[in-house]
Design a protein around this ligand. Structure first.
Ligand code: EZ4
Ligand code: CO
Length: 403
């Protein structure tokens, strides 16, 4: 089998997606996601100018060799743009391989290790009561795991609380980055109050999660971890900016609160200190940013020997194609933890017909050959690229800060 052509499709059914379609001389094709939210066109240029010309004529079955060719061959290695390009190609190659085998992808990864894939969804609000209502509503819908976020009283809405310019709901009201306001001293006492109320309202059978979104220093995160211990969260996510892996040592020494990180990681080398020193409990890499199916398998297999479990990042900007790959890996590995899942808009679902299914808090990969997610190019053509950015955050005095 030979690769004859690779199409890069950019479309915006409510938000931008970069989709790779690898064509072969045998009529089989594979689909991959290469989206980097807010930097989409950099990946398109990388693929079109530097990847596609090198792959025409190659054997698509050699997914490991092509992964290494693009990774080691780039010389500079890693980085979100390079790794998203590799991820998109890798997903498409695994799709072709599994279609050629006439099997769902999870069979090629070891077969089923579980009956269903547990997800968590997000509840958020402008005040604690609104979040409690949101969590109760998700409980009614069958969710066994729920992430809870609350806005800080007196400050404008921030990302993750459901009303900022670009959050999980995927609304972008203006093309340039929105500037949000952050105040740690107002946030730290608020979050334990939220979870106290939540435990009173929903009890102890449900998994509750919280995303700090990289906004704290290690000692601030340690304080929060200690304060949240009585409420037994499933995890505290992105408690500190993660490029300094050593920051997690201090946090770990101070709290038994389980720790999760990894949505901005793009290689196994971002995880080695955190995993081998057992500084975290869940690794949140995802197929589109961490090297496709091949990258996820390497990272999760490494994590498995240190009792670290998987938790693929899965908001709306991780396309249904990457979500499909995540679900197949989630189904096959032994050390699965949880899968983030925000659902998709109707336009997005029209554009990506898919075999995976969601029902009352759990996902299934489906039995279609390949990863089971396609792209309808006619639908994609109706939604051209629309410039959009993630927000930035400033302290109340105007200092730029992490978000
Ligand atoms: O901010 O995917 O856990 N989920 C998140 C996400 C990320 C976005 C960035 O593009 O924190 O909503
Ligand atoms: Co997050």
């Amino acid at each position: 089998m030979k690769i004859t052509d690779i199409k890069i499709i950019v479309a915006s059914p409510g938000r931008n997606f970069v989709t790779v379609k690898v064509m072969t001389d045998q009529g089989l094709y594979g689909v991959g996601d290469a989206t980097v939210n807010g930097r989409e066109k950099a990946v398109v240029a990388y693929l079109e100018d530097h990847v596609v010309p090198c792959l025409i004529g190659r054997d698509p079955m050699r997914s490991e060799d092509i992964w290494q060719y693009l990774y080691k061959g780039a010389y500079w290695r890693r980085g979100p743009i390079t790794m998203a390009a590799i991820s998109g190609i890798d997903m498409a190659l695994w799709d072709i391989k599994a279609k050629a085998a006439n099997m769902p992808l999870y069979q090629l990864l070891g077969g089923r290790s579980r009956d269903k894939v547990m997800v968590y969804q997000h509840a958020s609000g402008m005040d604690i009561d609104e979040v409690v209502e949101g969590v109760l509503a998700l409980r009614e819908q069958g969710l066994d795991a729920i992430r809870a976020q609350v806005a800080i009283p007196g400050l404008p809405p921030i990302y993750g609380t459901g009303t900022s310019t670009d959050d999980a709901a995927g609304k972008t009201v203006r093309p340039l980055p929105n500037e949000e306001v952050w105040a740690t001293h107002k946030y730290l006492p608020l979050v334990p109050r939220l979870f106290e109320k939540l435990r009173d309202a929903v009890g102890w059978d449900v998994h509750l999660l919280h995303d700090v979104h990289h906004r704290l220093t290690p000692i601030e995160a340690a304080r929060l971890g200690k304060d949240l211990e009585p409420f037994r969260l499933f995890w505290l996510e992105d408690a500190v900016p993660a490029e300094l892996q050593e920051g997690f040592r201090l946090l770990r020494q101070h709290t038994t609160q389980p720790i999760a990180v990894g949505e901005v990681f793009n290689s196994i080398y971002d995880t080695t200190t955190l995993i081998s020193e057992q500084l975290i409990d869940y690794i949140r890499v995802t197929s589109v940013h961490a090297g496709g199916v091949t990258g996820l398998k390497k990272i999760f297999d490494f994590a498995s020997i240190y009792h670290v479990r998987s938790a693929c990042h899965g908001p709306m900007d991780v396309s249904p194609v990457a979500m499909g790959c995540n679900i197949h890996v989630d189904t096959a590995i032994n050390n699965f933890g949880i899968q983030e899942f925000s659902g998709y808009t109707e336009a997005t679902r029209d554009m990506f017909p898919c075999a995976w299914t969601y029902e009352r808090g759990y996902l299934q990969p489906g039995e279609a050959p390949g990863h089971g997610v396609d792209i309808d190019e006619a639908v994609a053509a109706k939604y051209p690229y629309a410039q959009a950015y993630l927000p930035v955050a400033r302290l109340e005095d105007g200092t730029l800060t992490s978000w």
